[in-house]
Design a binder for this molecule. Structure first.
Ligand code: ZN
Length: 144
């Protein structure tokens, strides 16, 4: 576990047609944000989600080509491969108000997206491959 100080809160939006992961990653790089938490709501024209199969230790991917609300999107910001990396999960609702959700992947396209990024000051977390889980997870050292 690590302790952080709140640096700044950024609020903004991505444009219609933007890829959420790509758009957020550019904002992180442009503003040198290496640690933080992120929230967002809005709507998408398509979504690509991952489900991590813990037996196979692989992401199963699924593309949803439909208009959906972003009921809730949240995640964190840390370093992976020496670059700021947003790890995002989201829940979406369909026209019949049923919901789907999962690990957000590139290929999720914005119709409208409003976000808040809480940028944090402190020693940033670094993601490294973890053989036990098959995931790139935070290397905290000492007490996880
Ligand atoms: Zn995830």
């Amino acid at each position: 576990m690590r302790k952080y100080e709140l640096s700044k809160i950024y609020q903004g939006r991505l444009k219609k047609g933007d890829d959420i992961i790509q758009g957020i990653t550019e904002i992180l790089k442009d503003n040198a944000m290496n640690s933080g938490v992120i929230f967002g709501i809005g709507a998408v024209s398509s979504a690509k989600l991952g489900y991590f199969n813990q037996v196979d230790k692989k992401y199963e991917e699924e593309q949803f080509d439909e208009m959906m609300e972003i009921v809730s999107l949240n995640g964190n910001i840390s370093i992976k491969n020496n670059e700021p990396f947003p790890h995002l999960h989201a829940a979406f609702s369909k026209r019949d108000f049923s919901a789907i959700g999962g690990h957000l992947l590139p290929g999720t396209m914005v119709y409208a997206f409003e976000f808040a990024i809480f940028a944090l000051d402190g020693e940033h977390m670094v993601r490294e491959f973890d053989a036990d889980t098959g995931l790139f997870i935070w290397q905290v050292g000492g007490n996880p």
